[in-house]
Each structure stands twice: as C-alpha cells, then as structure tokens.
Ligand binder design. Structure first.
Ligand SMILES: Nc1ncnc2c1ncn2[C@@H]1O[C@H](COP(=O)(O)OP(=O)(O)OP(=O)(O)O)[C@@H](O)[C@H]1O
Ligand SMILES: [Mg+2]
Length: 241
C-alpha cells in the first residue's frame, strides 16, 4: 500500500532522513521504533506531506501512485492521515465542531466513547485547557472520524494513563479490523505487541525490518551499545542528588 524508496530529508543543513526504504502492506499495523531524535516523526511528516518536510531525494508511492510532490491536502484526500505526537490546539472550536470538521456525518458520541471519553467533552473547547491525555484521545477520535485508508499514529500511547493503555491499543486494533492500515510510532513494548511488523529507525535509516519481537531484541542488543549519544563524564557533573 505504501512504499518509500531512498527517501532523504534535510533540515537546517542536517541530514535527518538518510535513504529510508520501507513498504507497508494493506491491513497491517506497522511499527516504527528507535531512539529519540532518530527521525520517526520527521518520516511521518514526510509521508503526510507536511510543509517543510518535503523529500530531498527518493520517492513515496501510495497505492501505486507517486505522491512525493503532492500537498498535505491532496494526500489527505487520497486517504492518508496523521495523529500528531504533539496535537495542536484549536482556539474557538468545540470538540464536537473539531470532530465534525473532519467528517460532518460522523457519530461524535460513538467516537468519544471509543476513546474512553464521555459526551460531556463535546462542548469543551479544543484549547490548552484540555489535558495532554484528553487531547491525545480526541486526536485519535479525529483520525477515526476521517475514515482514512492509512493512519499514521505518532506516539498515540504517550501521555495516556496506565489503566487506559490497553483500551487505546484495543482501539488501534479495531481500526485495523475496520480496514485501516496503520503506521504506529511508539516507545512501548506492550504497544509493539499489537503490531504485525516493525522497522527500527536509526540515524535516519531503516536498520532492521522484521517481526516486532525480533526488531525489539535487535534494538536492545545493538542500540544500547551505541553510547555516543550519552557520553557523559559523570565526574564533571556538579549536582547534589
Ligand atoms: N523543523 C526542524 N528543524 C530542525 N531540526 C528538526 C526539525 N524537525 C526535526 N528536526 C530534527 O530532526 C531530528 C529527528 O527528529 P524527530 O522528531 O523526527 O525524531 P523522533 O525519532 O520522532 O524522536 P522522538 O522519539 O523523541 O519523538 C531531531 O534531531 C530534530 O531536532
Ligand atoms: Mg517523534
């Protein structure tokens, strides 16, 4: 369904994506994992077509059509959508209006209950008074409202309270069961367990693609040894613990 070929992306003179190759099959939950700052969100933005994240080289192919140079709204029309790692706030819009502007025919009560929220939230504003977890849930509901073909969920499980996490994972599985192909970016091992395949991203490249368990083992074994990010001289740190 989605094929990415040798994708590169540069930001502020730094190579963020350095020749990404991966392909996502229709109907699967495909995980992207990797350490902080390795380019997962940037890759999500590049696939979605966000401004400022246009590919340098390489191709993005969606359902056999090249979309590399299409705008974000053209890609949205083709059925691609993104749940943001840091969802934006929309001053002046209620939750109901926000969900309806994604899809006017959507059942807003149903959507909120799927993400574990009561209908009381429909009249709340999508502003910064919502908690982080509330905003994340509404973001997931808004992705479902759009009925996309491909949903990219960027850390949809971060900021969610522990008792609700299985519920959020179930929701993602339900989306897949309803025919939505999913790219899931997550740091959680439990979330990884609901994925069909995974790719480990490191230094803007795909280091390994396999079943999630195998990729996780590879990640733990190899990336932990790669200490250059954390070369700290503890003797130099003056701090009273
Ligand atoms: N607009 C930008 N301008 C400059 N640098 C950027 C920009 N967007 C991303 N980067 C840099 O690209 C690198 C990758 O960032 P990205 O957000 O894609 O990482 P990530 O893998 O999603 O990390 P995390 O797990 O922390 O969410 C980081 O070093 C980041 O600072
Ligand atoms: Mg990220």
């Amino acid at each position: 369904m989605l094929k990415i070929e040798n994708l590169t992306l540069e930001k502020d003179g730094r190579q963020i994506l350095n020749g990404i190759n991966l392909s996502v099959n229709k109907g699967e939950i495909y995980a992207l994992l990797g350490r902080n700052g390795t380019g997962k969100t940037s890759l999500a933005y590049a696939v979605m077509g966000c401004k400022g994240y246009e590919a340098g080289e390489g191709k993005i192919i969606f359902e056999r059509n090249e979309i590399t140079r299409l705008s974000i709204s053209q890609r949205a029309k083709l059925g691609i959508t993104l749940a943001w790692q840091k969802p934006a706030v929309f001053e002046g819009l209620t939750v109901e209006e926000y969900l309806k502007c994604k899809n006017n025919d959507t059942n807003v009560h149903g959507l909120l209950s799927i993400v574990g929220m009561s209908s009381i939230y429909l009249n709340r504003m999508v502003d910064d008074k919502l908690s982080g977890g509330e905003r994340k849930r509404i973001e997931l509901a808004s992705v479902m409202a759009m009925k996309p073909k491909l949903a990219i969920l960027d850390e949809i499980d971060s900021g969610i309270d522990a008792p609700s996490l299985p519920f959020i994972r179930k929701t993602v599985q339900k989306m897949r069961d309803n025919g939505i192909t999913i790219i899931l970016i997550s740091h959680s091992e439990d979330t990884l367990n609901i994925c069909d395949r995974a790719s480990l991203i490191g230094a803007g490249q795909v280091l390994k693609t396999a079943y999630p368990k195998i990729v996780k083992e590879f990640f733990t074994k190899h990336c932990k040894q790669c200490n250059h990010l954390y070369e700290i001289d503890w003797k130099e740190i003056k701090y009273d613990f």
